[in-house]
Every structure is written in structure tokens, then in C-alpha cells.
Design a protein around this ligand. Sequence first.
Ligand code: CDT
Length: 310
Amino acid sequence: MSRILRIGGAQMGPVQKAESRQAVVARMLDLLAQASAQKCDLVVYPELALTTFFPRWYMTEQNEVDSWFERDMPNAATRPLFKAAAAARIGLSFGYAELTPDGRRFNTAILADRDARIVGKYRKVHLPGHAEYDSARSFQHLEKRYFEPGDLGFPVWRCFGGIVGLCICNDRRWPETYRVMALQGVELIVLGYNTPAGNSQKAEEGPERRRFHNRLCLQAGAYQNSTWVVAVAKGGVEDGHAMIAGSMTVNPDGEIVAEAKTEDDELIVADCDLDATLFGKQTVFDFARHRRIEHYGRITAQTGIVRPRE
Ligand code: CDT
């Protein structure tokens, strides 16, 4: 049986601070309608899709912080999206800020099947940035202030006839992210991202270098783990802060097969043959034959660098 999934990467243009969840969901519904017209099986939206990228704003009032979080999923604002996806028989993935009943806060993404049932949840493990206001930076990135690191690891799920995993934004820069999922046989990794167009600590680093790093990580992650990767951005300028956009789908050979042309709401569509992951997994990246775990202990035994003694 063919395992070709048509996947829509639903890049979103900027979401301003003042934009309501309802207005954002209306845009997401429009992208879903485009995906449906193109017969997509799954549509993937960005990280923190429902709001602006609020971790760039320093906040001290917990009420204000919590206004960016969702207590339930689906909820009143997102229910129309789940309903429309179920009616169109299209799977969904998107990111949002999650506030749990016991008061924990995570940067979260969900995967829903064709009945719009949530079958997978992932909480971002690699939180970038800092926890306190940093006047040395040209702008803030306060994910370590507003979220705790994900506590669910890197699970994968049998869904859409294949094995699917999620990660979020900065996770894509870390080879461990892909490898832990690949060790569970992952065939498709979907992720959303909000990447600033500049480096707050290095003025000379602009959008071109940032787009290069984006492609470098996604293409290497796909190739080295023989998996499809669908990476979907929020782009454009949010309240004066530019982001790189550049959503793409990468095949298990590490080649880009679809790429966004704009920095706005834009659907990129690719047919992803999950069987195309098999060759790499059975040859160069046949983990069972070639991995040498006796030499990898440091990967889990230490976090920072330990240099040899002088
Ligand atoms: N949202 C998010 O994780 N952004 C980070 C910024 C870090 S800058 C290297 C990212 O990896 O794009």
C-alpha cells in the first residue's frame, strides 16, 4: 500500500500583539481551506501559532503572562479549526503556550488525526534564551522565564500510516532531537518555529546567515536520520521584530522539496513518500549495524564541555 502523505506547511505571516485568537484562527482556517482544496492529508502550523511570539516581551505581572497561555486544547477559540479539520478529514499540528491545571507552563505542540483527535503532544525541551531582562541584548528572548523545559521527552506516534514525531523551533538545532526520534523509527518530523531575523548578541548576523543555519540543521537532521522533516515558520515583522520565514519540506536525502517564497501566510505542499525513508534506514544509517554506543556515553553523562587538562 502506498504511503504517500500530502503535507501542507501552513506558514503564517506576523501575528501582532493586538491580534485576537479568533482573528488568527480565521487565518488558520483559510490556510486549512487551501490545504483541503489541494487534497492535503496533514497541515502543519508554526510554533506559538495562536499569538504573537510573546517571549520577546519582558513581563513581571503573572496575569499578563498567563493571557498568552491556553488552559485547554481545543478551547473556544480553536474549536472551529478542529471542527473544520475533521470535516475535511485533514490532520493538524500546531504550537501554543500550555498552562496545565496544576499551574505548569510549557511551549507545546499537538498532533491531531483526521478526526481531529489529539493523538500526540510534545513540550519543547530545548528552551533558548534567558530568564531575566538582559540589557546587553538588542531584544529579549525570555523562553526560559515563561516556560519550563518539556517533560515528555521526544515521543513518536503511529499516525497517518507512518511514524510521526514533533519538535519545536530551537529543538531543530540539536542533533539529539532527531536521533532520539530516529531510534524509535521516525519517518516524519513536523515542527514550527519563530526565528528572529537578527542575532540579539551579534549585530553583524543577519537574516541570510540565519536562513543558512535553518537549512543546515533541517537538511542534516533529515539526512542523518533518513526522515522527512516539515518545518513551518511564522515570518514577517511582529510589532517591529522581523523573523526569517523560510518554511520548508526536506526529504530523507536531505534535499529541500518545497520552500516558502513569501514571509506571509502561505501554504507549501509536498508529497512525502514515507517509504522513501527505508533505504537510508537500511543502509548508511542502519543504526543497529553501525552505531557504536560504547563511545557515546558523554552524550548523556554531561551537558557542558569538559576539556582535556592542560
Ligand atoms: N523560538 C525559538 O526557539 N527561537 C530560537 C531562537 C534562538 S536563536 C539561535 C530558534 O532556534 O530559532
